[in-house]
Design a protein around this ligand. Structure first.
Ligand SMILES: NC(=O)c1ccc[n+]([C@@H]2O[C@H](COP(=O)([O-])OP(=O)(O)OC[C@H]3O[C@@H](n4cnc5c(N)ncnc54)[C@H](OP(=O)(O)O)[C@@H]3O)[C@@H](O)[C@H]2O)c1
Length: 320
């Protein structure tokens, strides 16, 4: 297209976790980056990881014209948008609809390539709205006529994550750590920088691709917590209990930190081994090595999903 700005990409969620690492990588290679975000208020503040270098535009999911406008003239759309759980106005159905609108707008705007971050083992037959919703969005992308790369990470770790940070936070503060069931279910962590590198290189592939993004190590949940405990310097005792009791305890903690610490669906997904891949690992960084280098500071402060994504948003920026 003649009106393309050379090297302009859009990353949804560049002020967030995965999007931030993708955006930083793009900036480092000389690209210009714009973000679509629900957290416009971060831009140019001390919380802005890019010191104003990344232009921010609201999601505008409900306005096809404004949405296509915000994608006009870009080369690649890196999409990290999704929601962790339904709460208040935020629902998975709405997140699917928002994502479909984004894909339509990308097509309308003439985006060259869509690199979409999904999750391992999505399925339209899943009874888990997260995994079913992800599969529906993938379907919309495959049917869109856009050139695409769909990247499916398992459990993502690295600077800015919420889930593993809060495991470390809990290990630091409590004398025991509740583990749902036998703790033998498994996860295959992938380093966020490896994920970002895969996303950026997938933008240049000529073919439509769908691939898992997983690291070289698979851990049982017990092993994952014990390794974290070792590098965090905690002596908390892993205590196995019925999943309903572990969930109940997570809700008590959630009450005090004013957050949703863990959802039933996340627990079901984890215990069903949905966060592992049958493909060869494409990411090289070892969770164990990263923990050895970063465990000392991991979990020093609680990271709140509700604060990050469900509170203090001006109306209309909730992604609907
Ligand atoms: N983190 C993991 O362990 C993990 C594992 C597997 C797959 N994934 C997938 O990887 C992608 C990125 O995940 P992430 O953890 O890096 O996410 P994130 O940065 O916290 O959020 C990604 C994007 O979704 C938006 N978002 C999140 N919650 C929202 C809500 N409640 N309402 C409206 N918008 C919301 C964010 O909005 P803002 O721009 O306003 O921040 C951001 O644009 C997602 O598609 C996720 O499904 C993550």
């Amino acid at each position: 297209m003649s009106n393309k700005t050379p090297g302009l990409d859009v990353v949804t969620g560049a002020f967030g976790f995965t999007g931030r690492h993708i955006a930083r990588r793009l900036l480092d290679t000389g690209r210009t980056v714009r973000t679509l975000t629900g957290r416009m208020h971060i831009q140019g503040t001390p919380a802005d990881p890019f010191g104003g270098r990344v232009g921010a535009v609201p999601f505008n999911f409900d306005s096809p014209v404004a949405l296509a406008d915000s994608l006009s003239g870009i080369d690649t759309l890196y999409n990290t948008y999704w929601v962790r759980f339904a709460s208040g106005e935020v629902t998975f159905d709405q997140a699917v609809e928002n994502s479909r609108n984004l894909v339509r707008a990308a097509r309308e705007a003439g985006v060259r390539r869509l690199v979409h971050i999904s999750i391992t083992n999505p399925s339209v037959d899943s009874h888990l709205p997260y995994f079913r919703g992800k599969a529906l969005v993938e379907e919309a992308i495959r049917d869109s006529g856009l050139s695409y790369a769909i990247i499916r990470p398992a459990l993502v770790f690295g600077e800015g994550d919420i889930l593993l940070n809060n495991v470390a936070w809990a290990l630091r503060r409590f004398p025991f750590f509740p583990v749902a069931g036998d703790g033998h279910y498994r996860a295959q962590p992938v380093y966020v920088e490896d994920l970002a590198a895969l996303a950026v290189s997938a933008a240049e592939e000529p073919e439509n691709i769908i691939l898992d993004a997983v690291g070289p190590e698979i851990y049982t949940f017990d092993e994952l917590v014990l390794l974290t405990e070792k590098y965090v310097g905690s002596r908390a005792k892993l205590t196995h209990m019925p999943p309903s009791l572990a969930l109940y305890l997570s809700r008590i903690v959630g009450y005090f930190v004013r957050d949703v610490v863990l959802t039933r669906d996340e627990l079901v997904g984890l215990t069903a081994n949905l966060l592992i891949s049958t493909e060869e690992p494409r990411a090289a960084t070892l969770f164990s090595e990263w923990m050895a280098a970063n465990g000392a500071k991991l979990g020093a402060a609680y990271a709140s999903e509700m604060d990050r994504h469900y509170r203090m948003r001006p109306r209309g920026l909730l992604g609907n």
